[in-house]
Design a protein around this ligand. Structure first.
Ligand code: GLA
Ligand code: ZN
Length: 654
């Protein structure tokens, strides 16, 4: 059964309310309750004095009402005594200044002092709750970002990381090309991780920045592993996760989740629906991306339960159907557990207007009714968790590209995330399941590999793609691929796309970073598309021309090519197009690979399918605020705003 959860903060409410809260949750049909992820100051009110009595009591109340608990380790928020007595546990900002307390997440994940205190509270909890039947799972910390701290411990850690990686300073200087601007290091102590406040990352050596991002992400992954190992020492059978979001400093999620049992995500899709249809499907991408972290079904640890606000102005009220629709959208993309944020809106603190399911008045409301409807609906599909998405289309992702492109902008408006989404959006608009895969993942079982911007070039990835195409697969590669080596440097004497030249059968004669300007391309079939941002001027070698530019001094020059490679094909898309371009490409590629594409879906309608021993379920979700209808398999499908229809293998609508 798909599990429904609630994020609950017993420490925010008088204990007299706990019983009533639990009874209401039980009536709704809630299975699990997440607690304690910010409660350090109540669990260890002063150094070394632990108090689990209130947590025991809260767990007992919940468990009397048939619910299990997801225990959060409270390490996101160190208590004030810790930061005061041990200021070295405070995270330091870009230019080295300690962060000021009063919000949350002030801690440095690498600080040995912090690790000692965090390790102790985690151990205390693990020892106490290990093996207890009330515990469903563990959540480590909260919404971890990449550890961009510049404290002395983090600085020393970076130098160690580099020593380990390069061995000598000569090798490091060579790899980073530090001769530019007299940046050569003659002692390890000269290497700093601080950067000038307000100064763009682009001013710093990109090779150094890339290694720094790798290091910061490795710190986060190490912090997760550290906590997971402590929990497992006491509770070897523990199911452990951490709740991800997409912060400014993105971690390497594949590395971060490697030591954990299940990936989780905090799902806050837009309440104010985008009027621009190009922006639709973005939440679908986020969900497919999260499924890629462990290439298996995942959990939602925080699901939109009410209008957001508190530290931001309050968003509009949730439209009818939105609470249920967005939760089922997550299930449609592989979620097996949905925990709603939060039970009741806080009356104090920065998030007092970040609404939970219940408002401050604590009365029954529309959102709670919708949650109840969702629970009943999922109870009617008890085998759904024994299914997952199967896909023949792989969209390759790597945090390397994320890091490198974020720190060195290529063209105004050009972003890795956008590149990924353009392809994903096109698949969604055609009702095609997509797996986001780590770039280095094996491609067996897939028919199409979409490779937006393979900027930092990995010879192993190139070899995989060649083998894939050789055997009959179709590869789609875009502009800004093959540009850099593994250090983040450009390569002398090889035309772009360097290592991908043979596969793509073309070279880039020149490029034009047009930024927000637009122009046209025309295909050999005579269709025209608007393009923006970037224009590679292509010279086909073995490839044929798929589309040409119509403007600027290079009118008539190839923009997109298609190359026969072994039994398969490699497309090279030298520019960034409007959405219709990617649809057109896929409408050519998918049928040739025997993948059905639904070109009749109205904009904003998503179709995905979960299959497995539990049966087959087709989800049809209308992610718009107006009704839609369209023909499917000889029937007319009609959906209301935000409605989700589920069709089981026997043709029944559920
Ligand atoms: C994040 C956090 C929660 C809460 C919500 C509210 O996802 O994990 O603690 O702050 O945002 O927006
Ligand atoms: Zn630090």
């Amino acid at each position: 059964m798909i599990k429904i959860g609630i994020d609950y903060y017993p420490e925010h409410w008088p204990p007299a309310l706990w019983e009533e809260d639990a009874a209401r949750m039980e009536r709704l049909g809630v299975h699990v309750v997440r607690v304690a992820e910010f409660a350090w100051s109540r669990l260890e009110p002063e150094e070394g004095r632990f108090d689990f009595s209130w947590l025991d009591e809260a767990i007992a109340v919940l468990s009397r009402h048939g619910m299990k608990v997801i225990l959060g380790t409270p390490t996101n928020c160190g208590p004030m005594w810790l930061y005061h007595d041990h200021p070295e546990t405070l995270q330091r900002g870009r230019s080295g200044q300690p962060s000021l307390t009063g919000i949350r997440g002030h801690r440095c994940m690498q600080s040995p002092t912090f690790r000692r205190y965090a390790g102790r509270i985690v151990e205390e909890m693990a020892r106490r709750y290990a093996g207890r039947p009330e515990i469903f799972a563990w959540q480590i910390d909260n919404e971890l970002d990449s550890n961009h701290c510049t404290c002395p411990a983090c600085t020393a850690g970076f130098r160690d990381y580099l020593r380990e990686k390069y061995g000598t300073l000569e090798a490091l200087n060579e790899a980073w090309g530090t001769v530019v601007w007299s940046g050569e290091y003659s002692a390890w102590e000269q290497i700093s991780i601080q950067t000038e406040e307000g100064c763009l990352a682009d001013w710093y050596n990109p090779a150094r920045m890339l290694d720094y991002e790798r290091y910061a992400a490795a710190c986060t992954a190490d912090y997760v592993r550290f906590q997971a190992e402590l929990i497992r020492r006491y509770d070897p059978a523990a199911v452990i996760t951490t709740n991800s979001c997409f912060p400014a400093h993105m971690p390497d999620f594949h590395q971060e989740f490697a030591p954990l049992d299940v990936a989780s995500y905090d799902n806050y899709p837009p309440v104010r629906l985008p009027e621009n249809p190009e922006a639709l499907y973005s939440n679908a991408f986020a969900l497919d991306f999260v499924r890629s972290f462990k290439q298996q079904n995942f959990w939602i640890m925080e699901q939109l339960g009410g209008p957001m606000g508190g530290w931001s102005p309050i968003t509009p009220a949730m439209e009818p159907g939105m609470l249920e629709g967005y939760a089922l959208q997550a299930v449609a993309h592989g979620a097996d557990l949905i925990s709603f944020f939060r039970w009741r809106t806080a009356c104090t603190g920065a998030e007092m207007f970040c609404h939970g399911l219940l408002d401050h008045d604590n009365r029954p409301n529309r959102r709670l009714e919708e949650l109840e409807r969702l629970c009943r609906r999922l109870e009617g599909l008890p085998e759904l968790n024994r299914t997952t998405l199967h896909s023949q289309v792989a969209l390759l992702y790597s945090s390397e590209q994320e890091f490198a492109l974020k720190n060195q902008r290529q063209s105004e408006g050009f972003a890795y995330w956008t590149q990924l989404r353009l392809f994903h959006n096109a698949c969604m608009s055609l009702g095609v399941n997509v797996d986001v895969l780590p770039e280095t993942a094996p491609l067996e079982g897939y028919r199409v590999a979409l490779v937006p911007t393979h900027f930092i070039t990995d010879p192993q990835v190139v070899a995989n793609l060649e083998t894939f195409a050789q055997a009959g697969g179709t590869v789609v590669i875009t502009n800004r691929s093959g540009v850099k080596d593994k250090h983040g440097n450009c390569v002398l004497g090889q035309p772009l796309p360097t290592l991908l030249r043979k596969l793509c059968g073309c070279t880039v004669a020149e490029y034009d970073a047009i930024g927000p300007a637009t122009q046209q391309i025309t295909t050999s079939q005579g269709s025209s598309y608007r393009v923006t941002s970037w224009c590679d001027l292509l010279t086909p070698e073995t490839a044929e021309v798929w589309a040409r530019y119509t403007g600027r001094f290079y009118a008539g020059t190839p923009a997109i090519t298609r190359n026969r490679f072994g039994k398969g094909w490699a497309y090279y898309v030298g520019t960034v197009g409007e959405k219709a371009l990617y649809r057109a490409l896929l409408l050519e590629i998918l049928p040739r690979q025997g993948i059905p594409a639904m070109d009749m879906l109205p904009v904003g309608v998503e179709v995905t399918e979960r299959t497995g021993p539990g049966g087959s379920y087709r989800f049809i979700f209308n992610n718009t605020l107006h009704g839609q209808s369209f023909p499917m398999n000889g029937q007319t499908v009609t959906l209301g705003a935000m409605e989700v229809l589920i069709q089981t293998g026997d043709g029944q609508w559920r």
